[in-house]
Design a protein around this ligand. Structure first.
Ligand code: CP
Length: 305
């Protein structure tokens, strides 16, 4: 039984095996040869926060591999969490009905708490601003697929770096690969947390925090944009003050390499002008589709199949 709680738990060998399995899953699916390795398994998906991609791609992945699904969305209101049931008790119950549990929760650390009582593998589908490991893997997979490598790349991260669980999940994976350089652009209120900056320094990664990413656009192989995470703000005014401070405009495309890609975990709101969607370098819809193949591989990994 293997939980997937944080990308920090994986060594390079495991990461490479998961990427390789994801490529295999993609090939099998596109050739209509996906093996029903989850036949007779039940996958429970419980989402205490809204989701389009993560929940539906997990459910599709499970279907494609032959599993049955039990699913609770809007779980804060539609499950007994509404009546005050603890996450531990909810986890015990889900584990007694299913073979693997996929869970999203707004509170950081909830999945770790749930692992203490879990008797089946738990997969973190996002816990607050902490981790979103399956997104980290699909992002890594997308970079590998688009660039053919994970080393010697220059990657710019823009937006709400403070609350981005996707960046917190991708960076530990990228740190296994050498020669990469990172630029971070955010309003100062939304900068990467200092403890995270310290951990980057400790591992000797080359990075720079910037006030303006425009000058660096010609250098980038990947621009990874994020949404300002409205749901993490206690004060609406604070959100309004920062929500539009960095918007990727279509004219910026002229400054970027032909081989560069623009990524975004989605949903995007107005941080990327919609005209950018038509440029072949806009990789975010391909990135979301990759989530299906990667989640097929991660379901197999969690069940040792
Ligand atoms: N990227 C992502 O987690 O999207 P959803 O919130 O739609 O699942």
């Amino acid at each position: 039984m293997k939980n997937i709680i944080s990308t920090n738990q994986f060594n390079k060998e495991e990461i490479e095996a998961i990427l390789s399995r994801s490529f295999q899953m993609e090939g099998d699916l596109l050739n209509h040869k996906a093996e029903k390795i989850l036949k007779d398994k039940i996958v429970a998906c419980i989402f205490f926060e809204p989701s389009t991609r993560t929940r539906l791609s997990f459910e599709t992945a499970a279907f494609r591999l032959g599993a049955k699904i039990i699913s609770a969305e809007n779980a804060m209101e539609n499950t007994s969490a509404f009546k005050g049931e603890t996450i531990e008790d909810t986890t015990r119950i889900l584990c007694s009905y299913s073979d693997v549990v996929v869970m999203r929760h707004p509170t950081s650390g909830t999945l770790e708490k749930a692992t203490i009582v879990a008797t089946k593998p738990l997969i973190n589908a996002g816990d607050g601003a902490n981790q979103h490991p399956t997104q980290g893997f699909l992002d890594l997979y997308t970079i590998k697929k688009e660039h053919g490598k994970l080393e010697n790349l220059t990657i710019g991260f823009g937006g709400d770096l403070l609350n981005s669980r996707t960046i917190r999940s991708l960076l530990p994976l990228l740190q296994h690969y050498s020669g990469n350089k990172f630029y971070f652009l955010s309003p100062k209120e939304l900068a990467l947390p200092r403890d995270f900056i310290k951990s980057l320094k400790d591992t000797g990664v080359e990075f720079e925090e910037l006030n303006n990413l425009e000058d660096k656009l010609p250098e980038l192989d990947v621009l990874y944009m994020t949404r300002v995470q409205k749901e993490r703000f206690e004060n609406k005014e604070d959100y309004e003050n920062v929500k539009d401070l960095f918007i990727f405009r279509k004219e910026y495309l002229n400054k970027m390499k032909k081989s560069a890609i623009i990524m975004h975990p989605l949903p995007k709101i107005n941080e990327i002008e919609t005209e950018v969607d038509l440029d072949p370098r806009a990789a975010y819809f391909r990135q979301a589709q990759n989530g299906l193949y990667v989640r097929m591989a991660l379901l197999a990994y969690s069940l040792d199949l």
